[in-house]
Design a protein around this ligand. Sequence first.
Ligand code: NAP
Length: 357
Amino acid sequence: MASNHDMKVALIGCGIMGAPIGGHILDAGFDLTVCNRTKEKADDLVAHGAHWADTPAEAAKAADVILTMVGYPSDVEDVYLSTDGLIRTARKGAWLVDLTTSSPQLARDIHDAAEVEDKHAVDIPVTGGESGAKAGTLTLMVGATAEDVAPIMPVLETFSDKVFCFGGAGCGQTAKLCNQVSLASCMVGMADAVALADQGGLDVNTVLDMIGGGMGSSRAVTELGPKVADGDWKPGFLAEHMRKDIALALAQSEDLDITLPGAENAFALYDMLCQIGGSRLGTQALALLYADEGEATAAGLDWSLLDMDDYAEEADDDSCGCGHDHEGHGHGGHDHDGCTCGHDHHDGGCGCGKHEA
Ligand code: NAP
């Protein structure tokens, strides 16, 4: 392995998180090649000295360390395991580092496939949000030991300041899902508090200030609460990605035979937000579910898209609360082929291909 700045780095996925991460890698003097599905999102990185590659395979071809920061487990699967995926096309000895929030089982599959090909694959999802990515202060959750990842720390340190190692493949993703279920309930708590303050005739910003100084605080309250008060729904973290993360956590809880009622509740709310057109808004848009219809419409939501059958079913004892039709896929409101709800929809699963094996 080349040392420090002789290391060639590739970055696949230059969205909200990937673009600032790439900026720090460039600022630290590494040779960086970037690839993104929508090329324009990498323009700034290329203007600052990154090389452009049309495909992940081309980006990876000469790289020592390949970072991926794509959206969904299905994107990760495609980038790593397809015929021209990284498992085949990266050079022998290369490090394949998935920063995406994805499935623990997929991370283990990728790790095992890479090992057979004499490559090192490790799951290292991150937390800290867009602000942490811009500041270069992300927290890393590593599915390996500190000793394992020592050779690539010079790259990882360019965009992170806290590293937690959880030992084995997939454990970084499981740790990230623990973070996400905690965050999901904090988001619901923040949205509840804002609604209660607003309807109770209190000044919302003063209430947020007050909560932020005590035990009720969270970064949902201190960072996202003020955005709600300002009517700022721009994404730092997409609502559809929160829905995906809670679904992954629910899938894992099912495997472990435990229930996560807070996460189930948050899933139902984020699923509702995504159904009515809020997928590409920031996670703070959860508060729009409590707002009057005029404000929701102005933000681009359409309550008529909600499939009320989902919620009628929730009243059934048989319902799991995920908001989906478990009896077959005769469901009108949203796309079951893309279902990531984390539940077994019938014996043998729903066939959506996104559930834990
Ligand atoms: P994002 O803005 O959607 O970025 C993902 C990028 O990956 C998009 O630009 C997408 O291209 C690109 N991409 C997807 N598949 C690709 C492929 N096959 N080849 C090349 N590029 C591909 O999302 P994000 O907010 O950066 O989040 C990325 C991941 O990190 C998600 O799993 C998310 O859950 C997680 N995460 C996000 C945050 C946050 O605060 N935003 C924090 C921690 C973790 P297009 O531009 O064409 O869509």
